[in-house]
Ligand binder design. Sequence first.
Ligand SMILES: [Ca+2]
Length: 592
Amino acid sequence: MRHASIIRRTLGSLPVATLFAAGASAPSAQTPAAAYLPRALRVVVPVTACERLGALDLSDDVGARTRITSARPETDARPSPYCRVTGYVEPAVNFEVRLPLANWTQRFVQTGCGGLCSSVNIRVANAEGCNPADRGELALASTDMGHAGGMEGDFGRDPQLRVDFAYRGVHVTTLAAKALVKAFYGQPAKYSYFTGCSDGGREALMAAQRYPEDFDGITAGAPAMNFTTQNTFYHGWNALKNTAEDGGPVLTADVLPTLHRAAVQACDAADGLEDGLVSDPFGCRFDPGALACRGDRTQAACLTPAQVDAARAIYAGARDAAGNKLVLGGPLPGSELSWAGVFVPRPGSTRLMSPSIATGTLKYLVYERNPASSFTLADLQFTRESFTETTKLHGLYDATNPDLSAFARRGGRLILWHGMADPHISPLNSVAYHTAMTRVMGAAAVEQVARLYLFPGGDHCGGGEGPFDMDLLSPIMAWVEQGTPPFAIIASHRTGGRSGPIAGIPPGMPPPGAPAEGMPSRVDRTRPAFPYPLTTKYNGSGSIDDARNFSPGPPAPVAAEALHWLGASFYAPGQELWCQGEGTTLRCRSTP
Ligand SMILES: [Ca+2]
C-alpha cells in the first residue's frame, strides 16, 4: 500500500488530536497556528544605516549589473518600520526589498506575482496567524519579473525579457535581496522562503527546480506550471467556446448559478457528505444536458442548446478533433460561479481574463517567431500540429520537472496547494505534478520534501464557497525549522468575504470569490485538508462546519487516465531550457 506510510508516519509523529486541541467551542481559524510554530529566533538589528544601502554595488553578488535606485526608512509603516530598498538588475528586473529596522528575526520571504506580472507588489498572503509575518519581522522582496506595464504580453518582443519573465527575474531578485540582507544586518538570513500563487506558484516551482539553493521552504499555490498550454489552449478554448457567432457570450453570468446548483446537486453527496461542496470533482460525472430548456421551463432556469454545448466543451477542456487533450483538464464541476470574469462576462462588464491573457501569450510569448500583428484568438488551431508548435518553448516557461532531489538534499521543503473550484488553472495540473514526483523520486522521497493539499470549493488562490483561508507560512516554517512535517491544514470560510490578501491576482483584476460586503467577516466553517491523496472524512457526529469533527479519510488518487494529455511527457527531469536574448534572437540550451 503505497500511501500507508504517510498516514502511519505522520499520525505517529503528530497526532491529529493535538491539531484540534487548541480550538475553542466555536469554529476557529486560530487552531492551526498553535500546531505549526516557527522557531523562536532572536532579533538581529542592522549594522548600518538604511540610506547607506543606496551606495552599494550588488553586481558581483547578482552576477549582472545591478543598481539601487532608493533606500530610505519607512518609519511609520505598520506593523513595523522597515528600510525600503528599490533597484533593478539589467536589463530591467525591478525589485523592492523591505528590511525591518528593529525586529528582524532572521528570515527572508520573497513573494510571487500573478498573470504576466509587470509590477512590483510585495504581498504576503496565506500567512494570517503566522507570528513573524503578523509582527512585521520578515525581510521581504518581490519583483516585476523584468518588465513594467506589459500585461498585454508585448514585452515578449524582446527575447531577454521573455527569459527574465520565465525564470531569471525572480532568481536575480533573490540574489540581490540576500545581498542586501547581509549588508544591512551583517549576516545572512537564517531561513529563506518563497511564497506565491498562480504565476507565483509557477515561480515557486521554478525556484525549487532550477535554483534549489535559493530557498529553504516554498509554498506554491495553483501553479501556472504549464504556462505555455495554460495561457494558450486552456484560456483560448474557454474564451472561444463561450463566444457566439455575433461575438457575444454564450453562457452569461445569470445562468451560472443554475449550472452551479445542478453540478453541486450531481456531485455533492457522492463524496460522502452533503455539505454543498464537491470534494471529489475528479470522479464526478455531471452533464449540463440535464439542464436543457424544455417547453415548460423558463430561460433563467434552463440552458439553450448552445449553452449546453458550451458548458460541455468547457468542462471537457481543450481537445483536438480526435479527442486528444491539449491541456490536462477544464474547470471542474463546482467551479461554475467563478467562471464569471474569467471567460463568462460579469454583468455590465466585457472585461475577461481568458481572451486577454491567451491573445497576449500567443502574439508575443510562446512562439519562437511572433505571429503577424493581425493575429487574433480565432486563429488558434486546436490540433496536434498546433500543440507541437505552441509548446516549442515549453522548456523556457514551464515548471514541470518533477525531480526535486537537489532541493531535498539541501533540506528544502515544498507545500503545493490548489483550490478544486479554480476556474483559471485546473487542479489536475498540481495532481499531475505530484504524481510525476512520485513516479520519478519514489513515494518515500516525495514524502520527505513535498506535500500537496486540495481544497474543495476553493477558487483561484483564495475565495470561493469552501474553507480556503489558511496560514501556510507557519506550516512551512515549522517543517523547515523544527522538522515538523505538515499534516492537517485547517482552512476557514468567512461570511462577508475574506480578511487577508490574496496572492497571484494580476494587477487590475478583481479578486475571486464574493466581494467583501463591508461587514466584519465571521468564520462560518472550518475544515481540515490532508496531504494528497488522503481525503477528509466527517466523523459522523457534531457540526459539519467545525474542523474538529473531521479526520483523514482513505487515499483516493486521481485515476491515471485523467492525467493523459499531449503534454504528459513534459513532466520529466531535464526538460528545462536555459536561454538568453541576443538582440532579437533567443538562444537556448539544455544546461545552465
Ligand atoms: Ca460534498
